[in-house]
Ligand binder design. Structure first.
Ligand SMILES: [Ca+2]
Ligand SMILES: [Ca+2]
Ligand SMILES: [Ca+2]
Length: 465
């Protein structure tokens, strides 16, 4: 007998409906606590033969029944067979006759049957091998597009006359098979074997060991390793993840988005089943703009790393993440200068110019026109010298902005015209006097003249700036 929900099937192997001992099976259904016979199942008339023992065992799962016929002689005396029936509405119809691919007389295939979902086990306890007359065997059938197909033959080792498959029980994941002739614990002591069912490709799985293929990818048994479950391998095996069919490893289309986990190579795309196209550095980086802190930082996954030192920027070169300016450029502090010195708001060659400020070429001034040419706390004297602001003897030369109209302009004109004349005069005098002086003294004169010329040049540059 077999029971599934409110349906029960009972075998009756000696029924003589078509011929002697051909056998039958009876289906009963329960409604309101009362069992009623639904249908009597028989093999087709063309298949029915005496002593088929149809109904010697039965299996049932939902609307599919399996009826064993261990005495079926179509492929040899007692080679055996099994029949599947399906119910539509309340009517059962024979679907298929199952036999073993290597059927032989006295196999008694079908003396035990079991069904669970799309899997049928059929026992053939009389199956011989080359050593023993009846070690027995199990046959596994699976359903493919509505047809039951033999998928596997199971025997146990070492072979013995154990009559494996004399009885069967089946769950969705396990098969328990009786072997009453097992001799491990004495003559006919018997044993039962448990087999774990492996899922076929496309079946849901949680572990590769559950799959016949040995691969469980994207939640289904897969026909290959398929890159594993990684979302970045561009290979998928379930319809839910983009495969053409569950269980068929499929490359994702070229251009499909994938993520290799690296920030600084940009967004990634699949190409020929590999995540191999990268969008490249997403940060502007050393692009010669005035931002020296926009290179890619992989660790922080951000665009705020310093551009490499020395990268050119509009006013100089990047250094320590800042655009550091050339000599003479205006500065707020020393960090903005390549030289590392900022004196009177100009990038300077040295840290301190004493009483003077730094000129437009980044060199310290040696003379002044206005107080802005002097260091803080100093003022420009009438002698074009920066002197302490509190010096009572000094007369400040006002800048244009601080003078009365006309006067300041006149003084600047004097500086621009008079000072060169004055220095040229002194230079000429030094040269004239040079004939009577020592070599050392002449050298000093030349040095002073050079410094004065340099100071004048600085002044001109500063005023232009
Ligand atoms: Ca994959
Ligand atoms: Ca990336
Ligand atoms: Ca930049």
């Amino acid at each position: 007998m077999a029971l599934s929900g409110d349906t029960l099937i009972a075998g009756a192997l000696r029924v003589d409906t078509q011929t002697a001992d051909v056998g039958a099976a009876y289906v009963f259904t329960r409604s309101g606590g009362v069992w009623t016979e639904q249908q009597k199942l028989l093999a087709k008339a063309t298949e029915a033969m005496p002593s088929d023992d149809f109904g010697c065992t039965v299996g049932l799962d939902g609307d599919t029944a399996v009826i064993g016929a261990g005495g079926d002689a179509a492929l040899g005396d007692n080679a055996g067979a099994a029949y599947t029936f399906v119910r539509t509405g309340s009517t059962w119809v024979e679907q298929q006759k199952l036999t073993a691919s290597d059927a032989k007389a006295e196999d008694v295939f079908g003396v035990a049957v079991a069904i669970s979902g799309a899997t049928i086990f059929v026992g053939a306890p009389g199956k011989p091998d080359t050593v023993s007359p009846a070690p027995g065997a199990l046959y596994v059938f699976g359903q493919q597009t509505g047809t039951w197909v033999e998928q596997q033959k199971i025997v146990v080792a070492p072979p013995a006359n154990c009559s494996l498959g004399r009885s069967l029980a089946l769950s969705p994941t396990r098969c328990l098979a009786g072997a009453p002739g097992d001799q491990e614990n004495g003559m006919a002591a018997g044993a039962a074997f448990v087999f774990a069912l492996k899922a076929t490709n496309g079946d849901p799985c949680a572990d590769p060991s559950a799959c016949l293929s040995g691969f469980c990818v994207d939640g289904v048994c897969c026909d290959g390793a398929c890159g594993g479950d990684s979302p970045t391998d561009c290979l998928v095996c379930s319809v839910a993840t983009g495969a053409t069919a569950d269980g068929a490893c499929t490359p994702l289309g070229n251009g499909s988005s994938c993520d290799d986990g690296l920030f600084c190579n940009g967004a990634d795309q699949c190409s020929d089943g590999a995540c191999s196209i990268h969008g490249h550095d997403p940060c502007p980086g050393p692009n010669q703009d005035d931002n020296c802190s926009e290179s890619c930082d992989e660790q922080q996954q951000s665009c705020n790393a310093s551009d490499p030192d020395g990268t050119s920027c509009p006013q100089g070169r990047c250094g320590a993440g800042q655009c550091q300016k050339e000599l003479g450029s205006s500065c707020a502090d020393k960090s903005g200068c390549q030289s590392g010195f900022c004196v009177t708001h100009a990038c300077c060659v040295q840290a301190d110019c004493g009483a003077y400020g730094c000129g437009g070429d980044g060199a310290c001034l040696g003379a002044c026109i206005t107080t802005v040419d002097c260091a803080p706390g100093y003022q420009c004297s009438s002698a074009a010298r920066c002197v302490p602001a509190v010096d009572p003897g000094a007369t400040e030369v006002q800048g244009c902005g601080c003078s009365t109209p006309g006067r300041g302009a006149a003084r600047v004109a004097w500086w621009r015209l008079g000072l060169p004349v004055l220095f040229c005069f002194r230079l000429a005098r030094g040269r004239r006097a040079g004939g009577g002086r020592s070599r050392r003294s002449r050298g000093r004169g030349r040095g002073r003249a050079f410094r004065l010329e340099l100071a004048l040049a600085n002044l001109r540059t500063a005023r232009r700036g």
